[in-house]
Design a protein around this ligand. Sequence first.
Ligand SMILES: N[C@@H](CCC(=O)N[C@@H](CS)C(=O)NCC(=O)O)C(=O)O
Length: 260
Amino acid sequence: MSHPHYELLYHPGNPGRGEFIRLALEAARVPYTDVSNSSKEGYSAVQQTCMSPRNLDSSDGNPPVFAPPALRIPAQEGGGKALVIAQTPNILWYLAEKLDLGPKDEAGRYHVQQVVLTALDLNNEVHDTHHPVAVGKYYEEQREEALKKAEDVRETRIPKYLSYFDRVRQHNERDGDGQGKYLVGSKLSIADTTVWQVLDGLMFAFPKEMEARKKEFPELLGAFYDNVKQEGGLKEYLSSKRRLPYSMGVFRYYKELDRQ
Ligand SMILES: N[C@@H](CCC(=O)N[C@@H](CS)C(=O)NCC(=O)O)C(=O)O
């Protein structure tokens, strides 16, 4: 099946929320341009489309975008105009259908999306461990609050979310075709790639915490996590240069925020 040449519009230099989109495209082996990482001028195009505070449109006649990531889908042959969509779960919902990364039936589609939204909620909570007070201020300016926030996220929120993801996995093993490997349905979906990315980011940001949690969630953090890495184009992608190292995005490593 042929696909339009998708353009990912995101900040350069770290995986961030753009990674959820990259994983979907890479799992499906669908070529795309990561605009700000592929040329020097790329980021100004992203800023123009996604971050201009006074624009009444993003580009190609589409409405304004609040913040990256966004996906640009070029006009198809034979007319129409390019489509620009934003909000990570919205983009994933679009791609799930186009890239066959989720069940086709109504219940399955909504069950996938509910897992995706929950994983992205956890992503937001992780962001707040280092920026609990003000998004626009440095970590060092909110370190005291960050220590408290991180403690609560580690001790109560991470286990609650991991328990949920693992129960979804077990449900699909018992009542569906998940074989313990897939969260919804019988093959890889955006639920799997999105949860995987959050788990991987957590292992980077809170290595001691996550190591300790392996005893409680051996299947989720073991077989499930390992299997997703082998799916579709992900194995090749994860060892390629396109997979950016974590740096100062949502998933950051501050020793003092991890389990002591
Ligand atoms: N809910 C949005 C959040 C988007 C978002 O916060 N993007 C970040 C980068 S990961 C950003 O550039 N934010 C700028 C801002 O919020 O002012 C999504 O999931 O796409």
